[in-house]
Design a protein around this ligand. Structure first.
Ligand SMILES: NC(=O)c1ccc[n+]([C@@H]2O[C@H](COP(=O)([O-])OP(=O)(O)OC[C@H]3O[C@@H](n4cnc5c(N)ncnc54)[C@H](OP(=O)(O)O)[C@@H]3O)[C@@H](O)[C@H]2O)c1
Length: 218
């Protein structure tokens, strides 16, 4: 499959490498296709680097792995119609570090980045996924022992089913992937980051995840 990742940071490169290991044709992307880390990744992983404006319309999956506060700006650099009808997995969190750590959310409560992206690209099938775990866990859920969960959200049931299958190749089981419903549920999965950053402070490692236990009926 052909997979194009918007972004060139840790998340883009980790996902890109994992998709390459699964045999997919992968490109990461940046404002500057000559960016050093991105070019080094391409050499090591055997992938490609594109500028946002060079992203073609023929990929099977697109992933948004840009800084959340810049995601709409980055998506605007992609040529019009490129993402029409396409599945865009939105991995970004709208973390605002302008006042240092811990960050706040630049959009929250009554809206989310996932919804903003879906509103900006109404013909794109946006699926919010993977944003609740750190990048090593994204591509190898067994990094965290036991049963733990990955909430996803989006308006297109078929797109979510395809994303779920794609993630199963990383080792996520059907039982672990929890479909919360429409893209507005991204308010919850992005909002969780306010707790995530504090648990990171507590554990001093990003290698953790949530497990939800539901009471058995009496
Ligand atoms: N780190 C994790 O493990 C983790 C886990 C879950 C979710 N996330 C989310 O995943 C996303 C990527 O995280 P990251 O740590 O890999 O990278 P990041 O540093 O948050 O973002 C890097 C990417 O954002 C782009 N970007 C930054 N400012 C921009 C601007 N003004 N206009 C256009 N593009 C801009 C950069 O473009 P250039 O290539 O041009 O520099 C780069 O590709 C974030 O939204 C983060 O919250 C991260």
């Amino acid at each position: 499959m052909k997979i194009i990742i918007l972004g060139s940071g840790d998340v883009a490169r980790t996902l890109g490498t994992a998709f390459r290991k699964l045999g997919h044709d992968v490109a990461i992307s940046s404002r500057d296709a000559n960016k050093d880390e991105a070019q080094q990744w391409a050499k090591q992983a055997g992938g490609q680097v594109l500028s946002f404006s060079q992203i073609p319309a023929d990929a099977d999956f697109y992933l948004n792995c840009t800084a959340g506060t810049a995601s709409l700006a980055a998506l605007e650099m992609v040529s019009a119609n490129t993402l029409k009808g396409k599945i865009l997995i939105d991995v970004a969190n709208p973390l605002d570090f302008s006042n240092g750590f811990p960050p706040s959310l630049s959009v929250c409560n009554t809206n989310s980045l996932g919804e903003q992206i879906q509103a900006a690209l109404p013909d794109t099938r946006v699926v919010k996924a993977l944003n609740t775990v750190s990048n090593p866990v994204m591509v190898n859920p067994a990094t965290v022992p036991g049963l733990h969960h990955l909430p996803i959200a989006g308006n297109d049931a078929e797109a979510k089913a395809q994303v779920s299958e794609l993630l199963q190749a990383f080792g996520w089981s059907r039982e672990q992937i929890l479909d919360l419903g429409g893209i507005e549920q991204a308010r919850g999965t992005e909002g969780y980051l306010m707790l995530w950053v504090r648990m990171f402070g507590k554990f001093q490692t990003p290698l953790f995840n949530l497990q939800w236990q539901v009471a058995k009926e009496n």
